[in-house]
Design a protein around this ligand. Structure first.
Ligand code: MSP
Length: 642
């Protein structure tokens, strides 16, 4: 029977394009990716939406400061987002930009519909505006004569007195309260719904939803009034429905298929927009409300707010370069509780990677496969009857899957991972106590059983971990001769799996390297002083032979995830073997037959048993990616730079 698949729609906030993505925005998007992957594993059809919030005063001001037209300015940020999301394996289905034509048209239609329903009227707004938060400060503070601080970010607001369109938010107060009452678990964590309810109970005022074009020109024109533009938050929130075809002719089925979203992810700073204004708009549009809001806390760094002025902003590229993408994905999901503010510390990252990933998980796989292969046990079949220790491990494995499934489905990722590591510890204990290295000498059948039970446990662990570390777990599965099978529920059968599938073991590269403590910090210190203030003499400069060469071949060194072996043609100076640590940034095809610059007289040195006879020069771009240095026109190989 062809069962109709369930759909699952997950969204992230859309990000202001006034800055490059950072650890905080990465975190919101990562949560959505983990949810999306988990739902795919449950066999559901998933739509994962993310994107950028590109209109409004904040963006216009930043563009003006950069002396760029707003559209050119916002366009310039998109690669930084898309590249980082790709680097961190964030597999969104669609990346929406609020400057997309289809989105702008939908916003216009939404406003027209609200006008037709008499939910919008024109009046004058007297109050305060916080540009960094793009918020009208209409509460108690607005009564004061002097500009109040924004209750959200504590920055100075500016006075606004202008004609504006208002949405009749006050008319939705009772409906909202009734909805919260009937859907007590609508907001996760539940504690956050109390602050939302008390805000609504304190009395909702109508909401200004437009700005004068003369003050804020970078926005969607307000339908029927050339002097006004749509308030950026209405524009932004509408992305969640415009992205799936709302009010777009020909997209009716698509919209019916995805809306309402199953879960919308957001940071605690933007809860009011999502838990009060957004449901009120949806009610006015007679649309269903999202099934759930998942509100996460803030990531602090060493217990302090991340900020440029404190100099503690963490660059996600830097992190992945040092620790790898997936260990960082793991750390963020394991160590930052989704329902609270979390602390990010490099020492902690290093400890978790070493203890949880390298020692507990990677080492277990390594020890088991090595021992099995040493004793000609590549193919694993289940024994007819499992003995009691293995049986106990199996039932503990089933219990783990069940609890993990429950915790993941309730968005309690850090608890789910903590629970899974309890099981990983148990498997380690089993392997250690059963002493297969001794047993193999006396009882081959028992040896096979110990290997099989460990391998089956690792297979289950790999499946459960896939949403968090997709590539590493696929490697782990590869070591067991297993693969992922998408399109069906892979989780539920694991709850009762009798460990009967056949497996074929093979030795793989070390799964997780232990980070060297303190190296990350040191590299930052070096990075922070890129400019040397000591002068060098012309003689010193002349000592360095910079020379143009063409890369004739590029071979990937299997044992290294960084190094390529290049053969470089320096014309009359012959060919040389040069090792370059650029594997993560270029494919061999991107390098071969390219002319670039090398240090020709660097003393030869050995890496991974091979001699490197020079150094290729590269440059880091604004997104932390290495790029080749190029010469304006082709020149003969062996030409020296001067
Ligand atoms: N553009 C609005 C959202 C519109 S959604 C219809 C916006 N953008 S933002 O770029 O400022 O922030 C987006 C998200 O990033 C928020 O959910 C916010 O909580 C999250 N983070 C930004 N810094 C953060 C941390 N330091 N820690 C965790 N998340 C934080 O608001």
């Amino acid at each position: 029977m062809n069962k109709l698949k369930k759909t699952f729609y997950v969204t992230t906030p859309i990000y202001y394009v006034t800055a490059k993505p950072h650890l905080g925005t990465l975190y919101s998007t990562l949560i959505a990716d983990v949810v999306a992957r988990w739902q795919r594993m449950l066999g559901n059809d998933v739509f994962f939406l993310t994107g950028t919030d590109e209109h409004g005063q904040k963006v216009a001001q930043a563009a003006a400061q950069a002396a760029k037209p707003p559209k050119e300015f916002v366009d310039s940020f998109i690669p930084a987002y898309k590249d980082l999301w790709k680097e961190y394996e964030l597999g969104y289905s669609h990346f929406i930009r609020t400057t997309d034509k289809a989105h702008e048209q939908t916003v216009e239609k939404i406003i027209k519909k609200l006008i037709a329903r008499s939910d919008i009227y024109k009046s004058t707004y007297h109050g305060w505006y916080c540009t960094p938060c793009e918020t009208f400060v209409t509460e108690a503070q607005a009564q004061v004569a002097q500009a109040p601080l924004c209750p959200q970010c504590q920055r100075q607001t500016t006075a606004v007195s202008e004609e504006s369109y208002f949405f009749k938010l006050s008319a939705y107060q009772d409906k909202l309260l009734a909805f919260y009452e009937q859907h007590k678990d609508w907001i996760v964590p539940q504690e956050r719904s109390h602050e939302v309810m008390s805000f609504v109970k304190s009395g909702l005022k109508d909401l200004s939803i437009s700005r004068m074009r003369s003050k804020v020109s970078w926005g969607i024109p307000f339908p029927g009034d050339d002097e006004q533009v749509v308030y950026v938050w209405i524009d932004a929130l509408a992305n969640y429905i415009s992205a799936v075809g709302y009010m777009q002719p020909g997209h009716e089925q698509e919209f019916a298929r995805w809306w309402p979203a199953n879960v919308q992810i957001l940071g605690k700073d933007i809860i009011r927009f999502h838990a009060v204004y957004w449901p009120a708009f949806l009610m006015a549009l007679e649309l269903e409300l999202p099934r759930k809001l998942l509100v996460h806390g803030w990531i602090k760094v060493d217990e302090k707010k991340m900020s440029k002025s404190l100099g503690n902003v963490i660059d996600p590229h830097e992190l992945s370069r040092h620790f790898g993408v997936e260990p960082i994905r793991y750390y963020l999901m394991r160590q930052i509780p989704v329902n609270q503010d979390g602390n990010f510390s490099i020492i902690d990252v290093e400890q978790h990677i070493a203890a949880d990933l390298a020692d507990s998980l990677g080492n277990l796989l390594n020890r088991m496969t090595m021992l099995a292969l040493q004793h000609q046990t590549a193919h694993i079949t289940a024994p007819r009857v499992w003995t009691s220790a293995a049986q106990q491990l199996q039932s503990s494995c089933h219990a783990t899957v069940q609890e993990y499934q429950h915790l993941m489905s309730n968005y309690s990722f850090h608890h789910a991972l903590a629970r899974l590591w309890e099981f990983i510890d148990e498997v380690n204990k089993f392997f250690h106590e059963q002493e297969p290295w001794k047993v193999v000498k006396e009882d081959r059948e028992k040896f096979l059983e110990i290997i099989a039970a460990t391998a089956h446990s690792l297979r289950t662990i790999a499946y459960l971990l896939w949403p968090i570390m997709p590539s590493k777990t696929e490697q782990l599965l590869g070591a067991l001769g297993c693969t992922m099978r998408f399109g069906e529920d892979m989780i539920t059968p694991l709850c009762t799996d009798e460990w009967r599938v056949g497996m074929t073991l093979r030795q793989i590269e070390v799964l997780f390297e232990k980070p060297e403590v303190g190296v990350y910090e040191k590299s930052l210190e070096n990075k922070e002083k890129p400019i040397m203030h000591e002068y060098i003499s012309i003689e010193d400069v002349m000592k360095i032979q910079l020379m143009v060469g063409t890369i004739r071949s590029c071979e990937s060194l299997e044992k290294s995830d960084k190094l390529y072996k290049l053969e470089v043609d320096f014309g009359d100076f012959g060919k040389r073997q040069i090792l370059a640590g650029v594997k993560k940034f270029f494919t061999p095809e991107q390098l071969v037959e390219k002319q670039t610059i090398f240090i020709f007289n660097l003393a030869p040195r050995k890496m991974m048993g091979l001699e490197s006879q020079g150094m290729m020069l590269v440059v880091e771009d604004a997104h932390g990616k290495l790029q080749m240095t190029t010469i304006g026109v082709p020149v003969p190989n062996g030409t020296r730079l001067r």
